[in-house]
Design a protein around this ligand. Structure first.
Ligand code: B12
Ligand code: SF4
Ligand code: SF4
Length: 400
Protein backbone atom coordinates (compact mmCIF):
# COMPACT_ATOMS: atom_id res chain seq x y z
CA UNK A 1 0.00 0.00 0.00
CA UNK A 2 1.47 3.40 -0.97
CA UNK A 3 1.98 6.32 1.44
CA UNK A 4 -1.13 8.42 1.99
CA UNK A 5 -1.34 11.90 0.50
CA UNK A 6 -1.56 14.99 2.71
CA UNK A 7 -4.60 16.48 0.99
CA UNK A 8 -7.78 15.32 -0.68
CA UNK A 9 -7.70 16.55 -4.30
CA UNK A 10 -11.07 18.11 -4.82
CA UNK A 11 -13.04 19.98 -2.08
CA UNK A 12 -16.35 19.26 -3.82
CA UNK A 13 -15.60 15.55 -4.11
CA UNK A 14 -14.50 15.59 -0.44
CA UNK A 15 -17.88 17.12 0.49
CA UNK A 16 -19.73 14.38 -1.42
CA UNK A 17 -17.75 11.64 0.26
CA UNK A 18 -18.24 13.26 3.68
CA UNK A 19 -22.01 13.29 3.15
CA UNK A 20 -22.05 9.62 2.21
CA UNK A 21 -19.83 8.48 5.08
CA UNK A 22 -21.48 10.65 7.75
CA UNK A 23 -24.94 9.38 6.81
CA UNK A 24 -23.63 5.81 6.85
CA UNK A 25 -22.25 6.46 10.35
CA UNK A 26 -25.79 7.39 11.46
CA UNK A 27 -25.58 11.20 11.58
CA UNK A 28 -28.83 12.94 10.66
CA UNK A 29 -27.29 16.28 9.71
CA UNK A 30 -24.02 17.11 7.98
CA UNK A 31 -22.54 20.50 7.19
CA UNK A 32 -19.22 22.22 6.63
CA UNK A 33 -17.89 25.68 7.31
CA UNK A 34 -14.47 27.26 7.01
CA UNK A 35 -12.10 27.32 10.00
CA UNK A 36 -12.12 31.12 10.36
CA UNK A 37 -13.27 32.84 13.58
CA UNK A 38 -16.99 32.84 14.43
CA UNK A 39 -17.09 36.61 14.73
CA UNK A 40 -20.76 37.31 15.51
CA UNK A 41 -20.97 34.40 17.94
CA UNK A 42 -17.83 35.66 19.70
CA UNK A 43 -19.30 39.15 20.11
CA UNK A 44 -22.56 37.77 21.48
CA UNK A 45 -20.64 35.51 23.81
CA UNK A 46 -18.66 38.47 25.16
CA UNK A 47 -21.86 40.39 25.94
CA UNK A 48 -23.32 37.27 27.60
CA UNK A 49 -20.20 36.84 29.74
CA UNK A 50 -20.12 40.51 30.70
CA UNK A 51 -23.75 40.33 31.84
CA UNK A 52 -22.78 37.54 34.25
CA UNK A 53 -24.97 35.03 32.41
CA UNK A 54 -22.23 32.38 32.33
CA UNK A 55 -22.77 31.92 36.09
CA UNK A 56 -19.86 29.98 37.58
CA UNK A 57 -19.13 27.70 34.60
CA UNK A 58 -15.37 28.20 34.58
CA UNK A 59 -14.97 26.94 30.99
CA UNK A 60 -17.46 29.56 29.73
CA UNK A 61 -15.38 32.39 31.20
CA UNK A 62 -12.49 31.72 28.84
CA UNK A 63 -11.74 34.58 26.44
CA UNK A 64 -14.37 34.89 23.69
CA UNK A 65 -11.54 35.04 21.11
CA UNK A 66 -10.56 31.52 22.15
CA UNK A 67 -14.06 30.05 22.24
CA UNK A 68 -14.90 31.44 18.82
CA UNK A 69 -11.78 30.38 16.90
CA UNK A 70 -11.44 26.79 15.65
CA UNK A 71 -7.76 27.40 14.80
CA UNK A 72 -7.01 27.92 18.48
CA UNK A 73 -8.01 24.27 18.91
CA UNK A 74 -6.12 23.01 15.90
CA UNK A 75 -3.55 25.18 14.16
CA UNK A 76 -3.74 23.31 10.86
CA UNK A 77 -7.57 23.54 10.71
CA UNK A 78 -9.04 24.30 7.28
CA UNK A 79 -12.64 23.18 7.69
CA UNK A 80 -15.08 22.52 10.49
CA UNK A 81 -17.41 19.60 9.88
CA UNK A 82 -20.54 20.01 11.96
CA UNK A 83 -22.74 16.97 12.49
CA UNK A 84 -26.12 16.54 14.08
CA UNK A 85 -27.56 13.42 15.62
CA UNK A 86 -31.10 13.23 16.96
CA UNK A 87 -31.29 12.02 20.55
CA UNK A 88 -35.06 12.31 20.76
CA UNK A 89 -36.17 9.28 22.78
CA UNK A 90 -39.90 10.04 22.66
CA UNK A 91 -42.32 11.96 24.86
CA UNK A 92 -42.24 11.91 28.64
CA UNK A 93 -44.80 9.51 30.03
CA UNK A 94 -47.02 11.18 32.63
CA UNK A 95 -45.38 11.47 36.05
CA UNK A 96 -47.82 9.17 37.80
CA UNK A 97 -45.43 7.76 40.39
CA UNK A 98 -43.80 10.94 41.61
CA UNK A 99 -40.45 10.54 39.86
CA UNK A 100 -37.65 13.03 39.30
CA UNK A 101 -37.90 14.14 35.68
CA UNK A 102 -34.86 13.69 33.40
CA UNK A 103 -34.31 15.81 30.28
CA UNK A 104 -34.56 13.79 27.09
CA UNK A 105 -30.92 14.15 26.07
CA UNK A 106 -29.91 12.23 29.19
CA UNK A 107 -32.26 9.22 29.17
CA UNK A 108 -29.70 6.90 27.60
CA UNK A 109 -25.94 6.33 27.61
CA UNK A 110 -23.40 9.11 27.97
CA UNK A 111 -23.49 10.84 24.58
CA UNK A 112 -19.90 12.09 24.94
CA UNK A 113 -18.63 8.52 24.77
CA UNK A 114 -21.14 7.23 22.23
CA UNK A 115 -20.71 10.08 19.75
CA UNK A 116 -16.93 10.28 20.10
CA UNK A 117 -16.60 6.63 19.14
CA UNK A 118 -18.64 7.19 15.96
CA UNK A 119 -16.61 10.30 15.13
CA UNK A 120 -13.45 8.24 15.40
CA UNK A 121 -14.88 5.66 13.00
CA UNK A 122 -16.07 8.38 10.63
CA UNK A 123 -12.62 9.91 10.48
CA UNK A 124 -11.06 6.54 9.68
CA UNK A 125 -13.67 5.96 6.93
CA UNK A 126 -12.94 9.38 5.47
CA UNK A 127 -9.21 8.79 5.43
CA UNK A 128 -9.78 5.54 3.55
CA UNK A 129 -12.21 7.04 1.03
CA UNK A 130 -10.24 10.25 0.42
CA UNK A 131 -6.95 8.40 0.32
CA UNK A 132 -5.18 10.92 2.53
CA UNK A 133 -4.23 11.40 6.17
CA UNK A 134 -6.58 13.66 8.10
CA UNK A 135 -5.42 15.58 11.11
CA UNK A 136 -8.62 16.05 13.09
CA UNK A 137 -9.98 17.12 16.42
CA UNK A 138 -13.20 15.24 17.16
CA UNK A 139 -15.60 16.18 19.97
CA UNK A 140 -19.10 16.85 21.15
CA UNK A 141 -19.84 19.23 24.00
CA UNK A 142 -16.33 18.76 25.31
CA UNK A 143 -14.00 21.46 24.04
CA UNK A 144 -14.01 25.24 24.12
CA UNK A 145 -15.76 26.14 20.86
CA UNK A 146 -19.13 27.76 20.14
CA UNK A 147 -20.62 24.64 18.64
CA UNK A 148 -23.99 26.23 17.94
CA UNK A 149 -22.47 29.10 15.99
CA UNK A 150 -20.33 26.68 13.97
CA UNK A 151 -23.42 24.54 13.30
CA UNK A 152 -25.40 27.55 12.11
CA UNK A 153 -22.57 28.58 9.78
CA UNK A 154 -22.34 25.01 8.48
CA UNK A 155 -26.04 25.03 7.58
CA UNK A 156 -27.39 22.65 10.24
CA UNK A 157 -30.13 25.08 11.25
CA UNK A 158 -30.91 28.50 12.70
CA UNK A 159 -30.81 30.00 16.20
CA UNK A 160 -34.23 29.71 17.83
CA UNK A 161 -35.38 32.20 20.44
CA UNK A 162 -34.65 29.50 23.03
CA UNK A 163 -31.03 29.70 21.71
CA UNK A 164 -31.09 26.11 20.43
CA UNK A 165 -30.19 25.34 16.84
CA UNK A 166 -33.37 24.31 15.07
CA UNK A 167 -33.36 22.27 11.90
CA UNK A 168 -36.42 22.59 9.66
CA UNK A 169 -36.56 18.81 9.14
CA UNK A 170 -35.83 17.36 12.59
CA UNK A 171 -36.41 20.18 15.10
CA UNK A 172 -33.91 20.83 17.90
CA UNK A 173 -33.59 17.58 19.87
CA UNK A 174 -30.16 16.79 18.42
CA UNK A 175 -26.57 16.82 19.59
CA UNK A 176 -24.00 18.78 17.69
CA UNK A 177 -20.68 17.00 17.08
CA UNK A 178 -17.63 18.38 15.34
CA UNK A 179 -14.60 17.32 13.37
CA UNK A 180 -12.08 20.10 12.90
CA UNK A 181 -9.98 18.92 9.97
CA UNK A 182 -6.90 20.01 8.06
CA UNK A 183 -8.66 19.38 4.74
CA UNK A 184 -10.31 21.78 2.35
CA UNK A 185 -13.94 20.65 2.09
CA UNK A 186 -16.53 22.60 0.14
CA UNK A 187 -18.51 24.69 2.68
CA UNK A 188 -22.30 24.77 2.91
CA UNK A 189 -24.57 27.79 2.89
CA UNK A 190 -25.40 29.16 6.36
CA UNK A 191 -28.45 27.76 8.12
CA UNK A 192 -31.55 29.82 7.46
CA UNK A 193 -34.96 29.79 9.09
CA UNK A 194 -36.93 31.79 11.56
CA UNK A 195 -39.17 31.57 14.59
CA UNK A 196 -41.58 33.94 12.86
CA UNK A 197 -43.84 35.59 15.42
CA UNK A 198 -43.69 32.69 17.85
CA UNK A 199 -42.43 33.43 21.37
CA UNK A 200 -43.76 30.30 23.12
CA UNK A 201 -40.46 29.24 24.65
CA UNK A 202 -39.95 32.68 26.19
CA UNK A 203 -43.32 32.66 27.93
CA UNK A 204 -43.16 28.96 28.90
CA UNK A 205 -39.74 29.02 30.58
CA UNK A 206 -40.58 28.36 34.25
CA UNK A 207 -37.87 30.66 35.61
CA UNK A 208 -37.90 33.43 32.98
CA UNK A 209 -34.36 32.50 31.96
CA UNK A 210 -34.75 33.52 28.29
CA UNK A 211 -34.00 37.20 28.71
CA UNK A 212 -34.12 38.14 25.02
CA UNK A 213 -34.39 36.14 21.79
CA UNK A 214 -31.47 33.67 21.80
CA UNK A 215 -30.16 34.84 25.17
CA UNK A 216 -30.39 32.41 28.09
CA UNK A 217 -29.26 33.55 31.53
CA UNK A 218 -27.65 30.40 32.91
CA UNK A 219 -28.06 31.66 36.47
CA UNK A 220 -31.81 31.13 36.07
CA UNK A 221 -31.85 28.12 33.75
CA UNK A 222 -33.03 24.86 35.37
CA UNK A 223 -30.57 22.98 33.20
CA UNK A 224 -27.72 24.94 34.79
CA UNK A 225 -29.19 24.82 38.28
CA UNK A 226 -29.55 21.03 38.23
CA UNK A 227 -26.43 20.05 36.25
CA UNK A 228 -23.55 22.51 36.19
CA UNK A 229 -24.25 24.33 39.45
CA UNK A 230 -22.15 22.95 42.28
CA UNK A 231 -23.87 24.78 45.13
CA UNK A 232 -27.35 25.32 46.48
CA UNK A 233 -30.30 25.91 44.19
CA UNK A 234 -31.39 29.41 45.23
CA UNK A 235 -34.44 29.04 47.45
CA UNK A 236 -36.48 31.53 45.46
CA UNK A 237 -36.04 29.39 42.32
CA UNK A 238 -36.71 25.97 43.85
CA UNK A 239 -40.47 26.06 43.36
CA UNK A 240 -40.08 26.83 39.64
CA UNK A 241 -37.79 23.81 39.17
CA UNK A 242 -40.88 21.61 39.56
CA UNK A 243 -40.16 17.90 39.17
CA UNK A 244 -37.04 18.34 37.00
CA UNK A 245 -34.24 16.32 38.60
CA UNK A 246 -31.76 16.60 35.72
CA UNK A 247 -31.87 19.26 32.99
CA UNK A 248 -34.98 20.83 31.51
CA UNK A 249 -36.80 20.53 28.17
CA UNK A 250 -39.62 23.03 28.57
CA UNK A 251 -38.38 25.52 25.94
CA UNK A 252 -38.00 22.69 23.43
CA UNK A 253 -41.23 20.88 24.34
CA UNK A 254 -43.35 23.89 23.47
CA UNK A 255 -41.53 24.56 20.20
CA UNK A 256 -43.74 23.97 17.17
CA UNK A 257 -40.75 22.67 15.21
CA UNK A 258 -40.35 19.81 17.69
CA UNK A 259 -44.07 19.16 17.93
CA UNK A 260 -44.22 18.70 14.18
CA UNK A 261 -40.83 17.26 13.30
CA UNK A 262 -39.16 15.38 16.15
CA UNK A 263 -38.77 11.71 15.24
CA UNK A 264 -37.31 9.08 17.52
CA UNK A 265 -33.51 8.76 17.35
CA UNK A 266 -32.11 5.90 15.30
CA UNK A 267 -29.33 5.42 17.86
CA UNK A 268 -30.49 2.82 20.39
CA UNK A 269 -27.89 4.13 22.88
CA UNK A 270 -30.07 7.20 23.50
CA UNK A 271 -33.20 5.26 24.43
CA UNK A 272 -34.36 5.23 28.04
CA UNK A 273 -33.82 1.45 28.13
CA UNK A 274 -30.03 1.92 27.93
CA UNK A 275 -29.68 4.44 30.73
CA UNK A 276 -31.56 6.21 33.52
CA UNK A 277 -34.77 6.67 31.49
CA UNK A 278 -37.37 9.45 31.81
CA UNK A 279 -37.78 9.46 35.60
CA UNK A 280 -35.61 8.76 38.62
CA UNK A 281 -37.04 6.92 41.60
CA UNK A 282 -36.57 9.68 44.11
CA UNK A 283 -36.43 7.52 47.26
CA UNK A 284 -33.88 5.23 45.64
CA UNK A 285 -31.58 8.12 44.68
CA UNK A 286 -31.93 9.68 48.12
CA UNK A 287 -30.59 6.43 49.58
CA UNK A 288 -27.24 6.62 47.73
CA UNK A 289 -24.57 7.45 50.32
CA UNK A 290 -21.25 6.62 48.69
CA UNK A 291 -19.46 7.57 45.48
CA UNK A 292 -19.11 3.85 44.68
CA UNK A 293 -22.86 3.25 44.85
CA UNK A 294 -23.42 6.38 42.76
CA UNK A 295 -20.98 5.22 40.08
CA UNK A 296 -22.51 1.76 40.05
CA UNK A 297 -26.00 3.19 39.54
CA UNK A 298 -25.27 6.03 37.09
CA UNK A 299 -21.80 5.34 35.63
CA UNK A 300 -21.77 5.56 31.80
CA UNK A 301 -24.77 7.94 31.74
CA UNK A 302 -24.81 11.77 31.64
CA UNK A 303 -26.25 11.81 35.17
CA UNK A 304 -22.82 11.60 36.78
CA UNK A 305 -22.20 15.24 35.77
CA UNK A 306 -23.58 16.99 38.90
CA UNK A 307 -22.00 14.37 41.17
CA UNK A 308 -23.71 12.40 43.93
CA UNK A 309 -24.48 15.38 46.15
CA UNK A 310 -25.77 17.43 43.21
CA UNK A 311 -28.18 14.71 42.07
CA UNK A 312 -29.47 14.12 45.60
CA UNK A 313 -29.92 17.90 45.99
CA UNK A 314 -32.07 17.87 42.83
CA UNK A 315 -34.14 14.92 44.03
CA UNK A 316 -34.81 16.71 47.33
CA UNK A 317 -36.13 19.73 45.43
CA UNK A 318 -38.30 17.55 43.17
CA UNK A 319 -39.64 15.67 46.24
CA UNK A 320 -40.52 18.96 47.96
CA UNK A 321 -42.26 20.31 44.86
CA UNK A 322 -44.20 17.06 44.35
CA UNK A 323 -45.11 17.09 48.09
CA UNK A 324 -44.01 13.47 48.03
CA UNK A 325 -45.07 11.96 51.37
CA UNK A 326 -43.56 8.58 50.47
CA UNK A 327 -40.15 10.29 50.33
CA UNK A 328 -40.30 11.57 53.94
CA UNK A 329 -38.41 8.61 55.50
CA UNK A 330 -35.64 8.88 52.86
CA UNK A 331 -35.45 12.66 53.35
CA UNK A 332 -35.26 12.24 57.11
CA UNK A 333 -32.36 9.85 56.64
CA UNK A 334 -30.60 12.33 54.34
CA UNK A 335 -31.08 15.04 56.94
CA UNK A 336 -29.67 12.86 59.72
CA UNK A 337 -26.84 11.03 58.08
CA UNK A 338 -25.76 12.37 54.69
CA UNK A 339 -22.15 13.55 54.71
CA UNK A 340 -22.86 16.50 52.41
CA UNK A 341 -24.26 19.73 53.90
CA UNK A 342 -25.71 20.47 50.44
CA UNK A 343 -27.87 17.35 50.65
CA UNK A 344 -28.84 17.87 54.31
CA UNK A 345 -29.86 21.48 53.63
CA UNK A 346 -32.04 20.60 50.62
CA UNK A 347 -33.55 17.64 52.48
CA UNK A 348 -34.57 20.07 55.23
CA UNK A 349 -36.19 22.34 52.66
CA UNK A 350 -38.13 19.44 51.13
CA UNK A 351 -39.36 18.30 54.55
CA UNK A 352 -40.55 21.84 55.25
CA UNK A 353 -42.47 21.84 51.95
CA UNK A 354 -44.05 18.44 52.54
CA UNK A 355 -44.86 19.12 56.19
CA UNK A 356 -46.51 16.69 58.62
CA UNK A 357 -45.57 15.48 62.11
CA UNK A 358 -42.77 13.13 61.09
CA UNK A 359 -41.08 15.83 59.02
CA UNK A 360 -41.43 18.42 61.77
CA UNK A 361 -40.03 16.14 64.47
CA UNK A 362 -37.06 15.28 62.27
CA UNK A 363 -36.36 18.97 61.58
CA UNK A 364 -36.51 19.84 65.29
CA UNK A 365 -34.19 16.94 66.12
CA UNK A 366 -31.75 17.93 63.39
CA UNK A 367 -31.59 21.51 64.65
CA UNK A 368 -30.15 20.21 67.91
CA UNK A 369 -27.46 18.17 66.17
CA UNK A 370 -26.54 20.23 63.07
CA UNK A 371 -23.35 22.27 63.21
CA UNK A 372 -23.12 23.57 59.63
CA UNK A 373 -24.29 27.20 59.50
CA UNK A 374 -26.07 27.04 56.13
CA UNK A 375 -27.82 23.80 57.05
CA UNK A 376 -29.03 25.28 60.31
CA UNK A 377 -30.45 28.22 58.38
CA UNK A 378 -32.24 25.84 55.98
CA UNK A 379 -33.68 23.88 58.90
CA UNK A 380 -34.92 27.02 60.61
CA UNK A 381 -36.50 28.20 57.38
CA UNK A 382 -38.11 24.77 56.86
CA UNK A 383 -39.52 24.80 60.40
CA UNK A 384 -40.98 28.24 59.69
CA UNK A 385 -42.57 26.97 56.46
CA UNK A 386 -44.00 23.99 58.26
CA UNK A 387 -45.53 26.05 61.11
CA UNK A 388 -47.06 28.52 58.61
CA UNK A 389 -48.65 25.54 56.88
CA UNK A 390 -49.98 24.21 60.21
CA UNK A 391 -51.51 27.56 61.08
CA UNK A 392 -53.16 27.80 57.67
CA UNK A 393 -54.56 24.28 58.05
CA UNK A 394 -56.01 25.13 61.49
CA UNK A 395 -57.46 28.43 60.21
CA UNK A 396 -55.01 30.60 62.23
CA UNK A 397 -53.39 33.82 60.95
CA UNK A 398 -50.81 33.40 58.21
CA UNK A 399 -47.44 35.16 58.05
CA UNK A 400 -47.37 35.06 54.24
C1 B12 B 1 -22.79 26.31 28.41
C2 B12 B 1 -23.83 25.42 27.79
C3 B12 B 1 -25.08 25.35 28.41
C4 B12 B 1 -25.49 26.31 29.51
C5 B12 B 1 -25.86 27.67 28.88
C6 B12 B 1 -26.86 27.55 27.72
C7 B12 B 1 -26.89 28.71 26.74
N1 B12 B 1 -28.00 28.86 26.08
O1 B12 B 1 -25.91 29.42 26.57
C8 B12 B 1 -26.67 25.53 30.15
C9 B12 B 1 -26.14 24.65 31.26
C10 B12 B 1 -27.81 26.39 30.70
C11 B12 B 1 -27.10 24.63 28.98
C12 B12 B 1 -28.35 24.10 28.85
C13 B12 B 1 -28.74 23.29 27.79
N2 B12 B 1 -27.93 22.75 26.85
CO1 B12 B 1 -26.08 23.26 26.62
N3 B12 B 1 -24.33 23.76 26.14
C14 B12 B 1 -23.53 24.66 26.64
C15 B12 B 1 -22.24 24.74 25.80
C16 B12 B 1 -21.12 24.01 26.52
C17 B12 B 1 -21.83 26.17 25.44
C18 B12 B 1 -23.00 27.08 24.98
C19 B12 B 1 -22.57 28.50 24.83
O2 B12 B 1 -21.59 28.78 24.19
N4 B12 B 1 -23.30 29.41 25.45
C20 B12 B 1 -23.00 30.80 25.39
C21 B12 B 1 -24.00 31.50 24.50
C22 B12 B 1 -23.66 32.98 24.47
O3 B12 B 1 -23.79 30.93 23.24
P1 B12 B 1 -24.92 30.23 22.32
O4 B12 B 1 -25.87 29.36 23.02
O5 B12 B 1 -24.19 29.58 21.23
O6 B12 B 1 -25.79 31.51 21.94
C23 B12 B 1 -25.52 32.18 20.78
C24 B12 B 1 -26.69 32.88 20.22
O7 B12 B 1 -27.07 33.96 20.99
C25 B12 B 1 -25.94 33.23 19.03
N5 B12 B 1 -26.45 33.87 17.91
C26 B12 B 1 -25.64 34.16 16.93
N6 B12 B 1 -26.35 34.73 15.98
C27 B12 B 1 -27.63 34.79 16.36
C28 B12 B 1 -28.73 35.30 15.70
C29 B12 B 1 -29.98 35.23 16.35
C30 B12 B 1 -31.17 35.79 15.66
C31 B12 B 1 -30.10 34.63 17.61
C32 B12 B 1 -31.42 34.54 18.25
C33 B12 B 1 -28.95 34.14 18.23
C34 B12 B 1 -27.71 34.22 17.58
O8 B12 B 1 -24.73 33.83 19.49
C35 B12 B 1 -24.47 33.29 20.73
C36 B12 B 1 -23.02 32.91 20.75
O9 B12 B 1 -22.74 31.93 19.76
C37 B12 B 1 -22.69 23.99 24.49
C38 B12 B 1 -21.58 23.17 23.80
C39 B12 B 1 -20.62 24.09 23.10
N7 B12 B 1 -19.33 23.93 23.35
O10 B12 B 1 -21.03 24.94 22.34
C40 B12 B 1 -23.86 23.09 24.96
C41 B12 B 1 -25.05 22.95 24.01
C42 B12 B 1 -25.41 24.34 23.54
N8 B12 B 1 -26.11 22.48 24.90
C43 B12 B 1 -26.94 21.66 24.36
C44 B12 B 1 -28.10 21.15 24.99
C45 B12 B 1 -28.74 19.93 24.37
C46 B12 B 1 -28.60 21.78 26.15
C47 B12 B 1 -29.98 21.55 26.81
C48 B12 B 1 -31.11 21.30 25.81
C49 B12 B 1 -29.88 20.38 27.81
C50 B12 B 1 -31.12 20.15 28.65
N9 B12 B 1 -32.18 19.54 28.10
O11 B12 B 1 -31.14 20.45 29.82
C51 B12 B 1 -30.17 22.88 27.58
C52 B12 B 1 -30.88 23.95 26.71
C53 B12 B 1 -31.02 25.26 27.40
C54 B12 B 1 -31.10 26.41 26.39
N10 B12 B 1 -32.30 26.89 26.09
O12 B12 B 1 -30.06 26.84 25.89
C55 B12 B 1 -26.56 21.37 22.91
C56 B12 B 1 -27.52 22.15 21.98
C57 B12 B 1 -27.88 21.45 20.67
C58 B12 B 1 -28.77 22.30 19.81
N11 B12 B 1 -29.55 21.65 18.96
O13 B12 B 1 -28.77 23.51 19.87
C59 B12 B 1 -25.05 21.87 22.87
C60 B12 B 1 -24.59 22.47 21.55
C61 B12 B 1 -24.19 20.64 23.22
C62 B12 B 1 -24.00 19.70 22.03
N12 B12 B 1 -22.78 19.54 21.55
O14 B12 B 1 -24.94 19.12 21.52
N13 B12 B 1 -26.08 24.47 28.09
S1 SF4 C 1 -34.00 24.78 29.66
FE1 SF4 C 1 -35.81 25.24 30.96
S2 SF4 C 1 -35.14 26.81 32.40
FE2 SF4 C 1 -33.59 26.71 30.75
S3 SF4 C 1 -34.24 28.27 29.28
FE3 SF4 C 1 -35.21 26.36 28.61
S4 SF4 C 1 -37.21 26.36 29.64
FE4 SF4 C 1 -35.97 27.90 30.66
S1 SF4 D 1 -40.87 27.97 20.64
FE1 SF4 D 1 -41.22 29.44 19.00
S2 SF4 D 1 -39.85 31.17 19.51
FE2 SF4 D 1 -39.16 29.42 20.71
S3 SF4 D 1 -37.56 28.47 19.49
FE3 SF4 D 1 -39.48 27.41 18.95
S4 SF4 D 1 -40.26 28.55 17.17
FE4 SF4 D 1 -38.71 29.83 18.13
Amino acid sequence: MGAKRERARDPREARRILEEKARAAGFDLVGVTGAGPLTEGGERLKRWQEAGMAADMGYMHRPAELLSDPRRLQKSARSVVSLGVSYYPGEHPENLEGGGRVARYAWGKDYHLVVKERLRELRAELEGALGCRIKARAFTDAVPLLERSAAQHAGLGFFGRNSCIINGEIGSYFFIADLIVDQEIEPDAEGAGTCGRCTRCMSACPTGAIKAPGVVDARLCISYLTIENKGAIPRELRGAVGDWAFGCDVCQEVCPYNKRKATVSRWPEFSGAQGAGPYLKIEEVLGIRTEEEFEERFGGTPLTRPGRAGLLRNCCVAAGNLALREAVPALVQCLREDGSPLVRGHAAWALGEIGGEEARAALEGALEEETDGECREEIQHALGASSRRRKRASGGPSMV
